[in-house]
Design a protein around this ligand. Structure first.
Ligand SMILES: [Zn+2]
Ligand SMILES: [Zn+2]
Length: 580
């Protein structure tokens, strides 16, 4: 880790020096040193102890001294001083393609541009065009560079990153010199958004394998290529790091690069207490290597049972593992049905029969077709007449399919209106087997009003599931505000399930909220909200979100066998008749 930290400082130094117009060779020396530190296999502190720093390519007496200083004091004074008069926001921008340090220095001087906001404003107002040497082509280049840079520095949704990474993994496995390849990083932990894609490989000929990798058609730009590491930009401006690791270190590297950082710090502390050293190369006692080829072995040596990557956030999983109370996380095969999807009766693309076929292919035992209610006009919500037509067609499909699974349930996604009433009268929703209620309008109500609105919906005895409770859309709509604890309490009391919506831009509830809901005794439903047959496969994102929330199958209504599930559906209605 310290290697990376020092490499970062050196890299920044090279930019700062170039920005200041210092001797070109000084800037280049720092850049070269940074690159060779990143490729380094050994730990810098260890090499410093052995007096071997100057053996590293590009590290002379001066830089060796700076490395020593950082190891001792966690800073390098000369570098701090040099950086002082360069705006931090500009240092970050120096790797925008088409915008090197010299151009930035000029823009800083002429227009006091200090960060990305300033730069974009200058571009928008046409200021830059007035500068000498800033023709249309150069300005277009800068604009494109900014877009690329932004894409790279904004986190992308899991649902975009994972398929890209899986494709890369396939391609990597197709390279002759690659024996094994895995996804690491936050992507392996299935965080809802991802920064870079981290991949690890074992290779018979690492330089060759990495070279082949950089030639893949999806690679748009090669940022760095060494013997053990390649960094590239793929389509969409996403950065991908591939590290080649020795077989005996592979498990340790996979553990290390999966993270999270906090999880690793906790694990390393436990290792130290046992007199062990844990790093990305293995588990060591003194000089002796105890293991590191397999990830579970790494955990075992530290005295912690291995746990699924989704849990590794240092949110109590290490303690739970040591005390033998890790959750039995819900998994894809546990799901027996999908209770939220749309057909072409509302805003879905597929017919009832097509959605049913799609669900059959996934092996589901039951599904609910939940088209929108009338007030969802943009979503083509169903009035009474069209609902009757849908019921008729559903009956026809049921007859045609006979005993074949899945069971087809008549469902509805009924709007929770701004005042808390539902968008269908009770006599209509009473005819539906599965009632999913959701907010689709008036998102900016006060916390109190929104809480009351959701409580009203939960209190309706026909409602089974509160869908996408936060109604957020990542990147475009913030979550609505409500008193989550009260909603959970009411849902537990009423036996209403809270949804974990699998749409990649929703992932709603969040992992932490799902966990809190389960702890409070709530049941959950993991649904796709599919609007096409293909979207039925999004279910895995709902499952990974639930797993990050420590969710067990016992809490997930659509993992229950039909008898238990249908009893749950009927339960609320019974309450209603008792009350009446
Ligand atoms: Zn909805
Ligand atoms: Zn929906």
């Amino acid at each position: 880790m310290i290697n990376e930290e020092i490499a970062d400082i050196f890299e920044k130094m090279s930019r700062v020096l170039a920005f200041k117009g210092a001797n070109r060779f000084r800037a280049l020396a720092y850049e070269r040193a940074a690159r060779s530190l990143r490729d380094l296999e050994e730990d810098l502190p260890e090499m410093a102890r052995e007096g071997k720093l100057e053996d590293i390519p590009g590290i002379g007496k001066d830089l060796a001294g700076k490395i020593q200083e950082y190891i001792k004091t966690k800073r390098i004074r000369q570098c701090d001083q040099e950086r002082r008069d360069v705006p931090e926001g500009l240092i970050a921008l120096m790797d925008i393609p088409g915008l090197g340090p010299k151009t930035l220095s000029l823009l800083h001087e002429k227009y006091q541009i200090r960060d990305l906001d300033d730069l974009r404003r200058a571009l928008d107002t046409g200021k830059l065009e007035k500068l000498r040497g800033f023709g249309k082509k150069k300005i277009d280049n800068i604009q494109r560079g900014i877009n690329l840079w932004l894409a790279r520095h904004q986190r992308m949704p899991l649902g975009i990153a994972l398929p890209l990474a899986e494709k890369l993994l396939d391609d990597l496995n197709g390279i002759k010199q690659v024996e094994r390849a895995d996804i690491a990083g936050s992507l392996r932990r299935r965080r809802e958004t991802i920064g870079d894609i981290d991949l690890l490989v074992i290779s018979t000929d690492s330089p060759r394998a990495l070279r082949e990798f950089t030639k893949l058609p999806s690679v748009k730009q090669v940022i760095g290529l060494g013997d053990t590491r390649a960094t590239v930009i793929i389509e969409g401006g996403i950065q991908v790091d591939v590290r080649s690791v020795a077989r005996e270190s592979y498990g340790a590297a996979l553990q290390y690069f999966t993270g999270s950082k906090q999880h690793n710090i906790h694990l390393r502390t436990l290792a130290q207490k046992k007199g062990l050293k844990l790093n990305e190369y293995g588990v060591f006692r003194g000089e002796k290597r105890l293991g590191g080829a397999r990830e579970d072995e790494v955990y075992r040596l530290v005295g912690v049972p291995v746990m699924p990557p989704e849990l590794r956030e240092d949110h109590g999983e290490i303690e739970a593992a040591m005390e033998g109370r890790l959750p039995k996380l819900v998994d894809l095969p546990d799901l027996r049905g999908d209770l939220h999807m749309h057909t072409n009766y509302s805003d879905g693309r597929a017919t009832i029969a097509e959605m049913v076929e799609g669900a059959a292919a996934l092996g589901y035992d039951y599904i609910a077709l939940t088209d929108h209610s009338p007030s969802a006009r943009i979503a083509n919500g169903l009035d009474r007449k069209r609902l009757e037509a849908k019921i008729e067609e559903l009956e026809r499909v049921r007859k045609q399919r006979g005993e074949r699974r899945p069971r087809i349930l008549l469902g509805v996604e009924v709007d929770i209106l701004a005042d808390g009433r539902l968008d269908y009268p009770d006599e209509i929703i009473a005819r539906c087997d599965v009632v999913v209620a959701a907010v689709h309008s008036s998102f900016r109500q006060s916390r109190d009003r929104m809480t009351k609105r959701l409580l009203d919906a939960i209190a309706n005895p026909y409602v089974h599931i509160l869908a996408h409770p936060l109604t957020r859309l990542m990147g475009s709509r913030d979550a609505v505000e409500f008193d989550f604890e009260r909603i959970v309490e009411a849902a537990v009391e009423a036996g209403v399930a809270l949804e974990v919506n699998a749409q990649p831009l929703r992932l709603d509830l969040t992992d932490a909220m799902a966990r809190a809901a389960q702890e409070a005794g709530a049941v959950l439903a993991i649904n796709t909200d599919a609007h096409s047959v293909a979207q039925l496969e999004l279910i895995r994102y709902g499952v990974s979100q639930a797993r990050r929330g420590w969710i067990e199958a016992r809490s997930v209504v659509n993992s229950w066998p039909w008898t238990k599930f249908s009893r749950w559906l009927g339960q609320r209605r019974k309450r209603k008749s008792k009350a009446a």
